[in-house]
Write a protein that binds this ligand. Sequence first.
Ligand SMILES: O=C(O)CCC(=O)C(=O)O
Length: 263
Amino acid sequence: MKIALDLAAYADRMHERGWVIFEDAVAPSLVARLREDLEVAWEICRAHQERNGVATDADRTVHHLVGQRPSFLDYIDASAPLTPYLEHYFEGKCILNSFGGAINTRGHTSYAQRIHRDIRSFSGDMPLLLNTLVMLDEFTSENGATYLLSGSHKRAEKPDEPTFYERAEQAVGPAGSILMFNSNVWHAGGENRTDALRRSLTPMYCRPFIKQQFDYPRAVGYGRGAELSADTRQILGYNARVPATLDEWYQPPERRMYRSDQG
Ligand SMILES: O=C(O)CCC(=O)C(=O)O
């Protein structure tokens, strides 16, 4: 992964607008594998959604991809160059909060196309949650590039719909670009008015003391922690786990489930 934006410019944009795009960040070969695996993940998730009666309002959305197919874990590995940007935003370490995706198609809508933000409690200046969206196809105004209202991370109130669509900008970029935004920013997926797919991944990150939406270390396997890179182990949450037995609790600092450097 290559990130062309320097940290000072990133910090400035995140402060003022609340979002940035890292253009062409993900290698085309990995983008191609992620696209293929997204289709497989859709079949897997769809079967669960249908079995449990929650297959509405979903327009081919998928959830908790790490562990479903190898390329999703490879993305976490490849995204080590994001760490300085993530740590700058969080003023310290962070972990993966969720890792979903979507295959947006003409004529279908999903919950992500309503004006929303992904943190239920406005957190103001306290960085708790951060969205990313990996463009697996080129994002254009025609295929539904995400709308974001710049600066809206500084206000608690939801903008009304006319104001939002009058002022919001669309995050356009070539396939392989990463949109990153403060989770307090009001945003909405756009409508795909083309016959081509608009595919995305949406890894979200949080401070390590916040509960993950899925227990990624358990899903990947506690036993596999040692074979992962230090960055991947950190991001998946291996350093911020909850002990479930006294044996897991009573451990020397280097083997604790929740490490002292996690905030
Ligand atoms: O699909 C999009 O463009 C927006 C995704 C979104 O709203 C989200 O990840 O919260």
